[in-house]
Design a protein around this ligand. Structure first.
Ligand code: SF4
Length: 378
């Protein structure tokens, strides 16, 4: 049976963080119930599409899924179980903001089958949390992780950020060490990017956003990539570190060009070589579902050359790199002939390494991934 991942998008947050351009909205509590009803209808409608498949990963992301009540989250998961075949050992993840859970909610999430939780902590430095507009304190960040572990979560991720306004390398180091001390199985560390349309972008234009300089940013990157493996969390993707066996199976699907179905407003799917995107407007999504329409806003089968480039650069994000044989089988092509020039150029710059059957990013390549990825684009 073909395996497939499910991504379920919850586009709600208690408050927008100042750097965030994700498809999520504050102050839409009135839409929680109708949205959950629409999600359940969309899931039910997809039952036939996935009848020959088995779901081995479910990822409830956002937004902040944990702004919803346990009752709402249970309804969604019940509908998933009613509509699809779910593998017994499926990884079922949820994203959580430390300001939106308590022990009771964590216990209830375990009881409905969620077995992986990812906390958006970002930093354990109080002043930095305030400066980026998070709703929780550093103490809450520590407490919720401990509570999740007490509630039975073995597979716990903490998201951290570097390059925050006024952040020092020491503060980043302290946050990483605090996360390690909590003995979580997975840590993701992302560099801040100022995205258009966010309050940070406006502050930057006004000269009111004081980010670490390039050297400090680089030192933070180096610190992250060295410290976490020293502490037993191996790097398995550019921004992701895990204890052995705790890599996020759902996210691996994205990098390994595996099929997944996105459900909910703004959710993306990759199904039968086609990329699909649902409408982003939450009210429009609910209306479409209520009228029995498909909520799809865009769909496209990428051109062969684009699909090949995507395949390569997604695989290269992982430390395992890409299997040349699998690429050749998937595209009925010869990788080394097709990309001969790019490979020679990138090898010359020490950005990639190739063996007979694999291609990897080097340490430098990991740092300058975008340069490598551009080289494969048509
Ligand atoms: S909690 Fe997450 S999704 Fe919500 S606004 Fe903050 S960063 Fe964005």
């Amino acid at each position: 049976m073909m395996k497939v991942g499910l991504y379920i998008h919850i586009p709600f947050c208690q408050q927008k963080c100042l750097y965030c351009d994700f498809p999520s909205h504050a102050n839409l509590t009135n839409l929680y119930q109708p949205y959950v009803a629409a999600l359940c209808r969309e899931i039910s409608g997809l039952g036939g599409v996935l009848s020959g498949c088995i779901v081995d990963t479910i990822y409830i992301g956002g937004g902040t899924p944990t702004v919803l009540s346990v009752n709402c989250l249970s309804q969604i998961l019940e509908q998933v179980h009613d509509s699809f075949s779910i593998e017994k050992t499926a990884e079922i993840s949820i994203e959580a903001n430390p300001g939106t859970v308590d022990f009771g909610k964590l216990l209830a999430l375990r009881a409905v089958g969620v077995n992986r939780i990812s906390f958006g902590v970002q930093t354990f430095e109080e002043s930095l949390l305030l400066s980026i507009g998070r709703i929780h304190s550093a103490t809450q960040g520590v407490e919720v992780v401990k509570m999740a572990q007490q509630a039975g979560f073995v597979n716990v991720n903490i998201d951290l950020m570097y390059g925050l306004p006024g952040q020092t390398t020491q503060q980043l180091s302290d946050s990483i060490l605090q996360a390690v001390e909590l003995d979580v199985s997975h840590i993701s560390v992302y560099g801040l990017k100022v995205e258009d349309g966010t309050p940070f972008a406006i502050m930057q234009q006004q000269g009111a956003l004081h980010l670490p300089d390039e050297d400090t940013d680089e030192a933070m990157y180096e610190l992250t990539t060295q410290l976490l493996p020293q502490k037993g969390l191996a790097r398995y993707e550019i921004s992701n570190f895990a204890k052995i066996g705790y890599e996020c199976h759902h996210n691996l699907k994205y990098w390994q060009y595996q099929p997944y179905i996105g459900i909910g407003a703004a959710a993306h799917s990759f199904w039968q070589k086609e990329r699909l995107a649902n409408m982003t407007d939450v009210a429009a999504y609910i209306r479409a579902i209520e009228q029995g329409l498909l909520p799809i806003a865009e769909r496209e089968i990428p051109e062969r050359s684009t699909a090949m480039a995507e395949y390569v650069f997604l695989a290269l994000r992982t430390v395992q790199g890409m299997s040349v044989q699998k690429f050749n089988d998937y595209f009925n092509a010869d990788f080394f002939t097709y990309y001969g020039d790019a490979i020679a150029r990138l090898t010359g710059k020490s950005l990639i390494l190739t063996t007979k059957d694999r291609i990897f990013l080097t340490e430098i390549g990991m740092k300058y991934g975008n340069v490598v990825f551009r080289a494969f684009l048509p």
